[in-house]
Design a protein around this ligand. Structure first.
Ligand code: FES
Ligand code: FES
Length: 193
């Protein structure tokens, strides 16, 4: 049913299409959690401050609480439920597990989605506020702990698991760099940056 304040929309989430009526004011976060039972994406502040609701839109990080569901039509939406490759965890998920990158786990889905975005942004040569030389000819900076902290600074962790989170992101970035080069990476291992 549609009205001047609602529409039937189709969202493509983790490769599957979902058609549902939504009030135009419904956020993507509420559509995921309350309408589609995709509760892996967490609600923390509900105002763009904590990063708990981070998902990937067309491969880029976005906080789902500041995104209207109607504006997410025709986008590729990836949530934590969709980052693994079947039974094979995403390298970022594996690194968080191996290095204890969490305590209570509430912020973890957002941290992992954000880290996936960070690694792609870095590989694409995007600078951050911690990058000392942003000239294009300088090339991408090493993904140092300082760079990771800055790039992940939108994701808060009330448990303070930041040290392990930074280590996990560094390890996953090393694994993915090896995979890009076509090198074999043993399960659960990887080069820390
Ligand atoms: S719940 Fe979206 S940023 Fe906090
Ligand atoms: S692990 Fe508890 S809030 Fe981050």
């Amino acid at each position: 049913m549609t009205s001047s304040t609602s529409s039937v929309i189709t969202l493509k989430i983790n490769g599957e299409k979902h058609t549902l009526p939504v009030d135009h004011r419904t956020t993507l976060l509420d559509a995921l959690r309350e309408r589609l039972d995709l509760t892996g994406t967490k609600k923390g502040c509900d105002q763009g401050q904590c990063g708990a609701c981070t998902v990937l839109l067309d491969g880029r990080r976005a906080v789902a609480c500041l995104q209207l569901a109607v504006a997410a039509e025709n986008r590729e939406i990836t949530t934590i439920e969709g980052v693994a490759d079947g039974d094979r965890l995403h390298p970022v998920q594996q690194a968080f597990l191996d290095l204890d990158g969490f305590q209570c786990g509430y912020c973890t889905p957002g941290q992992i989605c954000s880290a996936i975005g960070v690694i792609e942004e870095h590989a694409a040569g995007w600078p951050s506020a911690a990058t000392s030389d942003v000239r294009p000819e300088a090339g991408p900076p090493p993904l140092s702990a300082e760079e990771i902290r800055e790039r992940m600074s939108g994701n808060l962790c009330r448990c303070g698991a930041y040290v392990s989170i930074v280590e996990a992101v560094a390890r996953a970035a090393g694994v993915q760099a090896d995979e890009r080069r076509g090198e074999d990476v043993p399960a659960g291992k990887g080069a820390a940056a």
